[in-house]
Structure formats: structure tokens, C-alpha cells
Design a protein around this ligand. Structure first.
Ligand code: GAR
Length: 215
């Protein structure tokens, strides 16, 4: 079984979605550890309650980004993971760190990339008046939120939405697509061709790729 390691910074609802998929038999991986850069991240308790090993590597313990990334890499490498999933991990990573794990590290981002990289994606989507918003799972590359896209899900923006209501529906969509992307990577079904990703899955499995705009 392939080894999955998950990096978090906060509540860990995507982590929960990955654990639930694993529990349901939809994600045949061994979740070897959950590592957070914040000791108070609620996701740590959720992982521990599920019997998963947890570690904290506090970014505040390291004055330089390179030092933090070196400590994080050492913590990660102790588990020799095949796949690293960033699940609400809110740190900018150095090029060296990203290259070390390139091809096996993926991220979920709360917008339809390449629109709205960075922070405050829901408010920015509302400010721009877009009608379709959503989320993206992509390979992590040195350019922030610009790696090759694996899967996206769309969410309709309603007239009465604010950033919070929109965030709730986007999160629900995130929970649908992240386990899929992790499974495809663990099963070796993803093939990068430059900025594009080809997915080698049967038609019936690929259907969720076209996630209907949810109301
Ligand atoms: C999610 O919406 C995720 O897409 C976002 O943080 C949230 C974490 O929620 N990630 C980023 O913004 C990364 N740039 P979670 O802790 O409940 O999974």
C-alpha cells in the first residue's frame, strides 16, 4: 500500500475527508502521518483520534524559511511517503523543498485556478462578480498555486452569497475531489505533460471530473 502523509495548518476538514475515504475503502493508502506547522491545529486531534501519528514542526521555531523547510523535510522523510497532500497547509515553501517532492506533492486550493491564487479567494471571487467559483487540486511546483491541474469542481455563486456561505459550498466540493486526486496519484494514474495532466482512469471513474455546478 502506498504511503500518504498529510500536511495541515488548521481545522483539517480535507484531512477528515481523506480519512473518511480511506475508512470507506475508496482510498487504498496507508496514512502514515499528519504534520502541522501550528500546534493548535484542530486537525491534529482528529488525526490522533483516528489513530494516525501526528507531528508538529512549528514555523515560529525557525527564523529563516530554509531552516523551517529543512526541519519539515526531515520530519517528512522519516516516514518515506509516496504521496504528500497539503490540506490547508498555509506556508509558502522554498523552491528546494518543492523540488525535493515534485511529482508526489499535491495541494488543494479554494478557487478555480488560475483564477484567484493566494489568499481570500472567496471574497475576491465575489468582488469580481464571477458566477462560477470552485476548487482545484494541483501538483505543487515552485510557482505558488500554478502547478499542473489534476481535478477541479465548480460551485455556483448565488446572489445572496457572502465569503462564508461560498466557502462552505466550496469546501464540500473540495471534500469530493481531494480523495479522488490522492487515489489517482497513489495508483500511478496521473501523467504530467508540461502544464497538463493526463488521467488514466475508466470512463465511469472519470465522470466526477465533470462535477456539476452545485446550487
Ligand atoms: C481549504 O479551503 C483549502 O482549500 C484552503 O484552506 C482550507 C483548509 O480547510 N487552502 C488554501 O487556501 C491553500 N492555499 P481544512 O483545514 O478544513 O481542510
Amino acid at each position: 500500500m502506498k504511503k500518504l502523509l498529510i500536511l495541515i495548518s488548521g481545522q483539517g476538514s480535507n484531512l477528515e475527508a481523506l480519512m473518511a475515504a480511506r475508512q470507506a475503502g475508496d482510498l487504498p493508502v496507508d496514512i502514515v502521518a499528519v504534520i502541522s506547522n501550528r500546534p493548535q491545529a484542530a486537525g491534529l486531534e482528529k488525526a490522533a483520534a483516528a489513530g494516525i501519528e501526528t507531528r508538529v514542526v512549528k514555523h515560529t521555531d525557525y527564523p529563516e524559511r530554509e531552516q523551517f523547510d529543512a526541519a519539515l523535510a526531515a520530519a517528512i522523510d522519516a516516514y518515506a511517503p509516496d504521496v504528500i497532500a497539503l490540506a490547508g497547509f498555509m506556508r509558502i515553501l522554498t523552491d528546494g523543498f518543492v523540488r525535493r517532492y515534485e511529482g508526489r506533492m499535491i495541494n488543494i486550493h479554494p478557487s478555480l485556478l488560475p483564477s484567484f491564487p493566494g489568499l481570500n479567494t472567496h471574497q475576491r471571487a465575489l468582488d469580481e462578480g464571477v458566477r462560477i467559483h470552485g476548487c482545484t487540486v494541483h501538483f505543487v511546483t515552485p510557482q505558488l498555486d500554478h502547478g499542473p491541474i489534476i481535478v477541479q469542481a465548480a460551485v455556483q455563486v448565488r446572489d445572496d452569497d457572502d465569503a462564508q456561505t461560498l466557502a462552505v459550498r466550496v469546501l464540500q466540493a473540495e471534500h469530493r475531489i481531494y480523495p479522488l486526486a490522492v487515489r489517482w496519484l497513489a495508483e500511478g494514474r496521473l501523467h504530467r505533460e508540461g502544464q497538463r495532466v493526463k488521467i488514466n482512469v475508466p470512463i465511469r471513474e472519470a465522470a466526477p471530473l465533470i462535477v456539476p455546478v452545485s446550487g
